[in-house]
Design a protein around this ligand. Structure first.
Ligand SMILES: Cc1cc2nc3c(=O)[nH]c(=O)nc-3n(C[C@H](O)[C@H](O)[C@H](O)COP(=O)(O)OP(=O)(O)OC[C@H]3O[C@@H](n4cnc5c(N)ncnc54)[C@H](O)[C@@H]3O)c2cc1C
Ligand code: FES
Ligand code: FES
Length: 488
């Protein structure tokens, strides 16, 4: 089965690629088919950022830029978008782009293997912040570069470069021109039938029809899980069904009682929405992978993948989120924890997709915290995750909702610990009982991330930390720790 022609805009010109297999990665196409070897392969699993490129999509009258990992991104997913690699930044006269020039001036590169990736993340930062007159603070630079690893230079000169870009002579992208080209591509695409080895329906109705007609097609969204099946397990797919083009699933809708997040909304946008309502989630959100993964990966993909160490599920359970599954037969909604039936098993029928995640608005008096324990602070998967949402009225626990990750075969609700708290006086004795109950409730496994005993211990400790924070007795922790650089 042949796949449709891939068309995208690069250097202001149309690139067309025919007969690209559905599982071929963007990095393979760039390096092997287009000879664009400036983009490097480091890990091949979305971890190091050497392969970072920037995608542009229409956003009102302008463009929205996203740095993504090309190693785990399927080539077909850039159909209809604009693409920049490290070869595409310099001016017509060969002048370096501010992202490149700042790296040179700040001595941000040694071996250079990571450099193209850093430069592309800086380019994304430049377009999304500097060009909009926003400051690149140290914190912003750290967050947006957390998906790029460097083993030679050290990060200080690279962070300096991020903050120096704005002082250099400006470089501008012809956004209006590219937006017009993208619109022409969209019209062209809409006129063609969505058939072949890579299906990417543009509407929810077409997506559900395709899901029913092709139950064996591999469903993909941002491919930050599936991409690793390709690069590490060498999986091949006869047919792929991409959910991310269905316009309805890319929307975030706000209602009085809840926010409905479309399954294909990138994690970066989904978390931004959650953080806007609950600012205390900012650090937790920023510690979900690195920005390039959050720019590709979707909330629906995290939920459907159902990893027991996935991060959004414990949080969504604590928030009382419901998942809406859809097929041509209709839809059904359920509490998020009811989606899972076993290790990476769920209730989805062969013709169903995850369509929406409905998150209740903040409740009166709610005190919410989400904790992630991982070996590396940034860009790492959890060993243990705990999210607690609690409301106390007249000294008694009126509402409590606890989600946990890394302690069972699926993301779980801590039903017994909740029962130990609900309706009880909110005091140290109740909390100690709940901690003991929580530790006894799950029998976590030992693996490369943590031992069973460690996980149980930490789980209880996190509930204690929640109690201390609620009492205003916040202990010193990594999140509050500010690294102050001594002047040389
Ligand atoms: C370097 C790196 C770091 C990571 N760090 C974290 C982390 O800190 N925390 C964390 O939780 N995860 C992490 N992940 C895992 C991954 O990014 C998330 O699970 C992500 O949310 C997956 O979304 P996706 O859109 O990329 O899904 P995909 O990879 O496209 O799909 C994942 C699974 O979900 C299915 N699926 C996707 N969308 C739908 C849908 N709408 N309906 C039905 N099925 C669907 C697919 O068939 C597939 O089985 C990391 C991954 C990488 C590569
Ligand atoms: S090669 Fe390491 S993230 Fe892509
Ligand atoms: S300069 Fe060598 S890894 Fe970054």
């Amino acid at each position: 089965m042949e796949a449709r022609t891939i068309r995208f805009i690069r250097r202001g010109e149309l690139v067309s690629l025919v007969n690209v297999p559905p599982e071929r990665t963007l990095l393979e196409v760039l390096r092997e088919d287009l000879g664009a070897t400036g983009t490097k392969e480091g890990c091949g699993e979305g971890d190091c950022g050497a392969c970072t490129v920037v995608l542009g999509e229409a956003d009102g009258n302008g463009l929205r830029y996203r740095a993504v990992n090309s190693c785990i991104r399927l080539a077909h997913s850039v159909d209809g978008l604009a693409l920049w690699t490290v070869e595409d930044l310099h001016g017509a006269d060969g002048a370096l782009h501010p992202a490149q020039e700042a790296m040179v001036r700040c001595h941000g590169s040694q071996c250079g293997f990571c450099t193209p990736g850093f430069v592309m993340s800086l380019f994304g930062m430049y377009q999304n912040h500097v060009c909009k007159g926003q400051d690149v603070t140290r914190e912003l630079a750290q967050q947006e570069l957390s998906g790029n690893l460097c083993r030679c230079t050290g990060y200080r000169p690279i962070l300096d470069a991020a903050q120096q870009m704005a002082q250099l002579p400006a470089a501008r992208v012809d956004e209006a021109g590219i937006a017009r080209q993208l619109e022409a591509l969209r019209l062209q695409r809409d006129q063609q039938p969505d058939t072949g080895a890579y299906l990417a329906p543009a509407t929810l109705a077409a997506l559900l029809a395709a899901r029913a007609q092709h139950p064996d097609a591999q469903v993909v969204a941002g491919c930050t899980d599936v991409g690793l099946w390709v690069t590490k397990m060498h999986r091949q797919f006869a047919q792929v069904l991409d959910v991310t083009r269905a316009a309805e699933l890319r929307r975030i809708e706000t209602y009085d009682s809840h926010i409905a997040i479309g399954a294909a909304v990138p994690l970066a946008d989904a978390f931004a929405t959650l953080v806007a309502e609950r600012p205390q989630l900012k650090t937790f959100a920023a510690r979900f992978a690195g920005l390039p993964v959050r720019n590709s990966g979707t909330l629906g993909g995290n939920v459907a993948n159902g990893s027991p160490i996935g991060d959004s599920m414990p949080l969504l359970i604590a928030l009382g989120a419901h998942v809406v599954l859809m097929s041509e037969r209709g839809h059904r909604a359920m509490p998020l924890e009811d989606v899972y039936t076993g290790y990476r098993k769920n209730v989805l029928a062969a013709d169903e997709i995850v369509a929406w995640i409905k998150v209740p608005r903040p409740g009166e008096g709610e005190f919410l915290r989400a904790y992630k324990i991982s070996k590396r602070y940034d860009d790492d998967i959890s060993a243990v995750c705990l999210a607690v949402n609690l409301a106390v009225q007249d000294g008694v626990v009126r509402h409590v909702s606890i989600g946990a990750g890394g302690v069972a075969a699926t993301p779980v609700r801590a039903v017994q610990a909740e029962a130990a708290l609900r309706g009880q006086p909110w005091n140290a004795e109740t909390v100690q009982h709940a901690i003991d109950t929580l530790r006894a409730e799950f029998q976590p496994i030992s693996d490369m991330r943590a031992s069973s005993a460690y996980r149980s211990e930490v789980l209880g400790n996190l509930l204690r930390r929640f109690w201390l924070e609620q009492q205003g007795l916040q202990q010193m922790n990594l999140e509050n720790f500010q690294l102050v650089e001594a002047a040389a």
